[in-house]
Design a protein around this ligand. Structure first.
Ligand SMILES: NC(=O)c1ccc[n+]([C@@H]2O[C@H](COP(=O)([O-])OP(=O)(O)OC[C@H]3O[C@@H](n4cnc5c(N)ncnc54)[C@H](OP(=O)(O)O)[C@@H]3O)[C@@H](O)[C@H]2O)c1
Length: 347
């Protein structure tokens, strides 16, 4: 993934910049923007602190010194708040400096150009994956799984990808399947992100890079930086990818069905739809964040809001009667089994 010419940054091509490609690209660009804002805030803070400690401001008694302290405190708390953010703790230099967003149709290219018109670092490329593969230091393949073989078999692509890192986010497509179309000098990994990457709340799993590969740790750091910039990123063996595809890749759709059903319930009981939606969405987000932040078991959180003889247990009984748990668990099973078949040739 690294190349000597890329001391001051590197170029990432996204071959197939559709829903997921745009989600990843938007998230990374937002993250870079936040990091820049944070760096600027940090510079203001150090300037302000050095003024405060070494050069007391002569303010003619107008209180600007205490205002300065307040400003320093609020910037410091802003920086502190962001310290826990996966994206901001990643080294900004691990993120790409140039992006090549590749699509197949002129109409999609037009839309992409509009979406990223404020970002000079994004170049939209239509029907020219070969140029993108040549110019990029790393490639994310984000087209539909069934298109990958055709794209990789295009004349010149194999050579263009030699000694580079190719990261496929295609569901069901194995590393071995992709390796069949590239040289052995090309490093192939898989990632499974999800659409909340667009708002930097994604969940991505990444296959480990064998330590024997040259530049493995730099490649891993760069990939972790990219996917951490758009949410959380965990490294997991490839054997878990079909389940991760179901759980995290398809998960937002499943969660939205539950969310929509909660909203319908609220509407059924006379609540305006927009308020019901806000209540349900914020409640789901709050419950999920409690699990992530406190490390509490979901059952413990459920028990803590379930008063004996109360309304929560009345509702829970209804969920159990409807076999919600097994329905949801079987949903993940069905989606996992389907994901496993996506990379298989169709008869
Ligand atoms: N959607 C999800 O939630 C999700 C989650 C995890 C993983 N994934 C995986 O991500 C991949 C993409 O899914 P998606 O939902 O983002 O699909 P999508 O919205 O249909 O995007 C596919 C993109 O591929 C482009 N494309 C088609 N042929 C191409 C070619 N020959 N060269 C370059 N680009 C080409 C399309 O461009 P045109 O519009 O010009 O045809 C489009 O931009 C899939 O493999 C899927 O398994 C998806």
């Amino acid at each position: 993934m690294s190349s000597p010419k890329q001391q001051n940054g590197y170029t990432l091509a996204i071959i197939g910049c559709g829903t997921m490609g745009v989600a990843i690209l938007s998230g990374v660009l937002d993250s870079k923007k936040m990091m820049e804002a944070r760096r600027a805030a940090s510079a203001v803070l150090s300037q302000s602190m050095s003024n405060g400690s070494t050069t007391p401001v002569s303010n003619g008694g107008n209180g600007s010194s205490s205002q300065q302290q307040e400003l320093s405190a609020s910037i410091a708390s802003l920086l502190e708040l962001e310290d826990g953010d996966d994206a901001t703790t990643q080294n900004a230099t691990q993120l790409p400096t140039k992006f090549l967003a590749c699509v197949n149709r002129q109409e999609s290219a037009r839309k992409l150009k509009k979406t990223f018109e404020d970002h000079e670092c994004v170049e939209v490329i239509c029907k020219d994956n070969l140029r993108a593969a040549r110019e990029a230091d790393a490639v994310i393949i984000a087209c539909k799984p069934q298109m990958v073989a055709d794209i990789l078999q295009q004349e010149g692509i194999r050579e263009a990808l030699r000694n580079k890192l190719v990261c496929s986010i295609c569901a069901g497509l194995t590393i071995k399947g992709i390796q069949a179309h590239v040289d052995k000098e090309t490093t192939v990994v898989r990632a499974m992100p999800n659409t909340p990457s667009k708002i930097r709340e994604g969940m991505t799993i990444l296959t480990p890079l064998p330590a024997t590969i040259e530049g493995a740790s730099e490649s891993r750091n760069r990939l972790v930086a990219i996917f951490s910039a758009v949410g959380k990123c965990r490294i997991l063996d490839e054997k878990h990818f079909d389940a991760a595809t179901a759980l995290a890749g398809s998960g937002p759709a499943f969660a939205c069905v539950f969310l929509e059903a909660m909203v319908d319930g609220g509407v059924m009981m006379g609540m305006p739809r927009s308020e019901a939606l806000e209540l349900a969405a914020q409640t789901m987000q709050g419950a999920a964040r409690m699990v992530l932040q406190s490390g509490m078991h979901p059952a413990a959180i459920k028990d803590s809001v379930t008063t004996p003889g109360g309304c929560t247990i009345a509702g829970l009984m209804n969920l159990e009667d409807g076999r919600l748990r097994s329905t949801v668990a079987r949903t993940i099973q069905a989606a996992t089994e389907h994901a496993a078949g996506l990379g298989m040739p169709k008869n």
